[in-house]
Design a protein around this ligand. Structure first.
Ligand SMILES: C[S@@+](CC[C@H](N)C(=O)[O-])C[C@H]1O[C@@H](n2cnc3c(N)ncnc32)[C@H](O)[C@@H]1O
Length: 272
């Protein structure tokens, strides 16, 4: 490839995510042994907004290696479909579904979410969380996928790192970047958030989607915003320069309580 060839985000990011999987599976952050013994990987932010999922049909976009997908099934969802384009992540998710006897209530699809076929049956809930939309160039297309997969009366739930974080340098010590989307941000990444010393180095392509773009895309695709919340902490110790302020509660040193770190949007599909 010469230097002028545009990068294909699917190829670049799939390579990146395939390289992360083994390190994430072994990491204390994902705690696979705990999960196999019955621990729930979901956090109170999404659990409160999901409400009672007994008997629901859920599609979980960008499910990584499936811990949250399987946790939704353990909580009584009738059928949970996890989608991810990383072959290694989906293979691990299928292996974990077998180990936890959840194959009857879960299904995994390995594909780019932009290539998902039209669903044969619509879903009650579309769910995505923590590090998903930054990998997608087209937020309007993403919102169309959500809307196309929902039953009338169903809802989507996105829980995401706040794009306000993107204005800072990696250590959150100074303002370096725009809050607005000026096209792909291409980086060479070493290690990974769940294991900073993992011996991996890959290019990544990300986009900063301001909260207004996400809300506007959901509205334009026929969804009604029901809940919009911002949180001043992350349940994961995934950011540099973090301080633990409580169990599953991390903020950034020097900025504690001052900036949004996570946001959540619940949007419903009207019945008519
Ligand atoms: C940070 S993880 C998702 C967070 C998840 N809650 C977890 O378990 O950590 C991001 C996932 O998005 C997937 N991904 C990125 N771009 C994608 C795309 N265009 N289509 C499908 N999956 C994608 C990656 O393979 C990765 O597994």
């Amino acid at each position: 490839m010469n230097d002028d060839t545009p990068l294909d985000f699917t190829i670049v990011n799939k390579r990146l995510w395939n390289a992360k999987v083994d390190h994430h599976v072994k990491s204390p952050m994902y705690d696979v042994p705990g999960f196999l013994e019955g621990a729930d990987s979901l956090n109170s932010i999404e659990l409160d907004l999901l409400g009672d999922i007994q008997g629901k049909r859920i599609i979980h976009l960008q499910c990584h290696f499936g811990l949250d997908t399987l946790s939704l099934a353990r909580r009584g969802a009738q059928q949970v479909t996890g989608v991810d384009f990383s072959e290694k992540a989906i293979a691990k998710a299928e292996e974990l579904a077998k180990k936890t006897n959840l194959t009857a209530s879960t299904k995994f699809i390995c594909c780019n979410i932009f290539d998902l076929p039209d669903p044969e049956e619509l879903f009650d809930i579309v769910f995505a969380s923590y590090g998903t939309i930054c990998w997608l160039p087209d937020i309007n297309h993403w919102a169309r996928i959500l809307s196309n997969h929902l039953k009338p009366g169903g809802f989507s739930l996105l829980v995401e790192f706040h794009p306000f974080l993107d204005i800072f340098d990696e250590a959150y010590t100074r303002i370096e970047n725009s809050y607005f989307n000026h096209g792909p941000i291409v980086c060479d990444c070493q290690g990974t958030y769940a294991d900073r010393n993992a011996p991996i180095r890959n290019k990544s392509m990300e986009w900063c989607h301001p909260v207004s773009s996400v809300i506007q895309a959901l509205i334009q695709n026929g969804l009604k915003i029901e809940v919009f919340k911002e949180f001043d902490y992350s349940p994961y110790d995934a950011l540099l320069n973090s301080v633990k302020i409580a169990d599953k509660c991390y903020q950034i040193k020097g900025l504690q309580g001052k900036i949004p770190i996570i946001y959540a949007i619940k949007a419903s599909k009207p019945i008519s």
